[in-house]
Design a protein around this ligand. Structure first.
Ligand SMILES: CC(C)(COP(=O)(O)OP(=O)(O)OC[C@H]1O[C@@H](n2cnc3c(N)ncnc32)[C@H](O)[C@@H]1OP(=O)(O)O)[C@@H](O)C(=O)NCCC(=O)NCCS
Length: 111
């Protein structure tokens, strides 16, 4: 097993939310659609960025071949976040996201 964590300030992502080019560099189309449909898009974008970093850290043995942009989050129908790496669902990687007005964080476990 391995773990990873990350925390970010939400304010950084308020600018990103209006910058289509930057969003598309970092986030998948589904992530952008999901986050921009939220009341506070920056919080969800920040949490997903944390998830990417946390998963990258947890994937210690394979992360030389991937960038954070290869990692994406999709929430299933009950809201649980699931991880995809290069568009492939990873059942062996679990994440948990949380965000407030100012901060977002994520923890990841590689089983
Ligand atoms: C899920 C729940 C615990 C989140 O707690 P919270 O303090 O409001 O919010 P947090 O900032 O800690 O966590 C939010 C993140 O939890 C994640 N999440 C949502 N539902 C989840 C679930 N069932 N299991 C695990 N994680 C979940 C999401 O990724 C969310 O981030 P996002 O909105 O950017 O996608 C809370 O909303 C809850 O108990 N809901 C009851 C179930 C519910 O209403 N589900 C609706 C889904 S349709």
């Amino acid at each position: 097993m391995n773990i990873g964590a990350d925390i970010e300030e939400v304010k950084r992502f308020k600018k990103y939310a209006k910058d289509k080019e930057r969003l598309e560099r970092l986030f998948s189309k589904d992530e952008i659609f999901y986050c921009l449909s939220k009341k506070n898009p920056a919080q969800s974008l920040a949490a997903r960025f944390c998830a990417k970093e946390a998963v990258w850290k947890a994937l210690e043995k394979e992360n030389k071949k991937i960038t954070v942009a290869d990692i994406s989050v999709k929430n299933n129908s009950d809201g649980t976040p699931e991880i995809y790496v290069k568009n492939k669902k990873r059942k062996d990687v679990k994440v948990s996201l949380s965000h407030t007005k100012e901060y977002a964080m994520a923890m990841a476990v590689k089983l």
